[in-house]
Design a protein around this ligand. Structure first.
Ligand code: ZN
Ligand code: ZN
Ligand code: ZN
Length: 139
């Protein structure tokens, strides 16, 4: 997969710095949400500190490059925003799986009906439950 993060930064009006590119490089197109601590560990050799990573993640989120996920975890997890999908999250072991299906037009129509809102511009959807491995221990 070829990633043109330089182009992406320019498009979003962000300065193209080695630090920003290094942080973006940790993200993959696959569904693998990561937090600041994970990125810090991955970039240990570069000496980029955790505070810088936090700040960079926030500015990426602000610019719409990254999407922050509500995973019911203590720290914030991010993914590339361009690859629209949703998540199934195991509340027991924390396994995360991505899925593409989303009937959001239908849901939006129902939500907007009799509502004060005129339009819907975006959404996020996380489904919580139990993975097959964890539910095996229940029986
Ligand atoms: Zn994902
Ligand atoms: Zn599980
Ligand atoms: Zn969707």
């Amino acid at each position: 997969m070829s990633k043109d993060f330089s182009h992406m930064l320019k498009e979003k009006g962000l300065k193209n710095t080695p630090t920003r590119r290094a942080i973006l490089d940790v993200f993959s197109a696959d569904c693998k949400p990561v937090n600041a601590e994970y990125i810090h560990e991955k970039l240990k050799k570069t000496g980029i500190n955790l505070v810088t990573i936090y700040r960079t993640l926030e500015s990426f989120e602000h610019a719409g490059i990254l999407k922050r996920l509500s995973l019911n975890k203590s720290s914030a997890y991010y993914e590339l925003a361009a690859n629209h999908h949703h998540h199934l999250i195991c509340t027991d072991c924390g396994t995360i799986e991505g899925f593409k299906e989303c009937d959001i037009d239908d849901v939006s129509r129902k939500a907007l009906k009799d509502s004060k809102f005129q339009m819907v511009s975006g959404h996020s959807l996380e489904l919580f439950g139990m993975c097959k491995k964890c539910s095996k221990f229940l029986v």
